[in-house]
Design a protein around this ligand. Sequence first.
Ligand code: B1M
Length: 211
Amino acid sequence: MDESLKAVYTAILDGQHKASAGAVQASLDSGVAPAAILNEGMVAAMAEVGRLFEEGEYFVPEMLIAARAMQSGLAVLKPHLVEANIQSVGKVAIGTVKGDLHDIGKNLVAMMLEGAAFEIIDLGSDVSPEKFVEAVKNSGAQVIAMSALLTTTMPNMKTTIEALKAAGVRDQVKVMIGGAPVTQKYAEDIGADGYSQDASKAVALARSLVG
Ligand code: B1M
């Protein structure tokens, strides 16, 4: 791995948020592609954090400080990931489902969509089905984008689709879903309109849903 990418990886793994921002900047300055910094440095470090957590070497506090370091690195990377587009191509209301506090992947998807000229309504994390329904009724979102990182919160994607149906707005909106435990099959099973595995594929999916 390139030395500057290694510094990004290590800063996130060790939860050093100032070092993370500095290492991302240094990587950019040395000409490393933003996508490589994101995927080979940052996302890879978060995957290792998850592995260490699973093995009982990291605990929730370590995951939290790693997440904070990831976020400060992302703030530096954001302008380089998103292109400057002016005219909105559609409105997306995005959130992590009820009971789930993981927001890094969701933020990344929001960032990439924003860069592809989508107007984003960020509902945050731990978003109830009612809040998604409200967003469709009040904001005119054409797409609802739901993220889930826990197997225990994934079912809230289904509950949200059911709430959209019960409120009579399911036909007004497309639903796309994603997150580590989510699959294409799960999307089909719960009647979502689309699934994407990562943030860049989410852009292509959103474009096809509003197109
Ligand atoms: Co937690 N956590 N966590 N965690 N956490 C995981 C998810 C876990 C896999 C770790 C592990 O055991 N290996 C595990 C889940 C196990 C399971 O359900 N099968 C887990 C657990 C168990 C928990 C707690 C229950 C721990 C506890 O309290 N005992 C707890 C739950 C809290 C809650 O939500 N109610 C918890 C808490 C936390 C923190 C708060 C400490 C922190 C989150 C901080 C934050 O987000 N602000 C945290 C973290 C950091 C992680 C790991 C280490 C990293 C997640 C991450 O940010 N990845 C994670 C391990 C792992 O993922 N390997 C883990 C980087 C991010 C860029 O990837 O979010 O997958 P990801 O997003 C990807 C794709 O999935 C996709 O695009 C992104 C990449 O381009 N994507 C979409 C995501 N959303 C999408 C939506 C789309 C399309 C694509 O369309 C709408």
